[in-house]
Design a protein. Structure first.
Length: 118
């Protein structure tokens, strides 16, 4: 399988993005796939649209998500059952701001990160 239209992605990437863990036998072309998955299969149009979407991969957004995930992981201790609720109440708004950062920014350029509680 070759990437489509100069993209780094193949139709298999698009199918798996649309239907995680899809079961099928790949073929040289999209029309020749042998499906063994019991779930409804995506249409060729859906696969091609997803392939186009994957081709417009936003590297800055991916870097933003990686940094956000790192900051969240550093504060995972807050979710522990032994952490007092008062401390959780202080840290949870910060963690929510981190989760919401991708709805405010679409790249890591110029991001103003929330300040963690003192």
């Amino acid at each position: 399988m070759k990437p489509v239209n100069g993209s780094q992605f193949t139709y298999i990437d698009a199918i798996l993005a649309l239907l995680p863990l899809a079961k099928f036998y790949p073929a040289e072309t999209l029309d020749e796939i042998e499906w063994v998955d019991e779930r409804p299969q995506p249409t060729n149009e859906e696969v091609l649209a997803k392939l186009e979407e994957l081709g417009t991969f936003n590297e800055g957004l991916e870097r933003l998500r990686q940094e956000r995930n790192k900051k969240l992981a550093e504060t995972d201790w807050v979710s522990g059952t032994d952490v007092p609720q008062e401390l959780k109440d202080v840290w949870n708004p910060y963690r929510q701001e981190l989760r919401d950062i991708t709805s405010v920014y679409d790249s890591d350029d110029g991001v103003v990160w929330p300040t963690p509680p003192a």
